[in-house]
Design a protein around this ligand. Structure first.
Ligand code: AMP
Length: 150
């Protein structure tokens, strides 16, 4: 099973922010969309970075002003984002994507097309859901086979 099959179900919409947007904007988007990370892109097509809730939590924990009106919220996205983003293509297998997430210890993988433009984003939740669906399908097929006397 490939990443393309997940995108066919969930769509290719990706929540994107610009590097000079503020962290308060990211917080609003994470809350509004019920997601854990946003992709950072200045031109809306090529990936400059990724900011996940973990980056914000880490920065807040390290910030002595975290409880005041200043703190992390007015900071630029570029100051917290991870710049070396690991991506996958639509033809990457779900098993390979799961292996990348597990070994690299992150839960989000942006999907890019042949020229490196953003084509979607899969989370570990999307991967687990796809794996469970595949297991259910396999179970149904095996039960059918057994019930037909195969
Ligand atoms: P996450 O588990 O996805 O919330 O992210 C944990 C850490 O990994 C954060 O510092 C993220 O910025 C970073 N991160 C998340 N996804 C990726 C990715 N695809 N490539 C590189 N870093 C990532």
């Amino acid at each position: 099973m490939k990443i393309a099959q997940i995108l066919a179900t969930k769509g290719s919409d990706v929540i994107i922010v610009a590097p000079d947007d503020r962290i308060i904007t990211v917080l609003s988007l994470l809350a509004e969309h019920g997601i854990g990370a946003v992709v950072v892109s200045a031109d809306g097509r090529t990936i400059d970075g990724i900011v996940s809730e973990r980056d914000i939590v880490r920065a807040m924990a390290a910030d002595p002003d975290a409880g005041s009106t200043g703190g992390v919220r007015p900071r630029a996205v570029s100051s917290l984002m991870t710049s070396s983003v690991v991506t996958v293509g639509t033809e990457t297998t779900i098993d390979d994507a799961m292996e990348i997430m597990t070994s690299s210890r992150f839960r989000h993988l942006p999907v890019v097309d042949d020229v490196g433009h953003i084509a979607g984003l899969v989370s570990i939740g999307d991967i687990v859901k796809a794996k469970l669906t595949a297991l259910e399908d396999e179970k149904s097929a095996l039960l059918d086979y057994v019930n037909r006397g195969g």
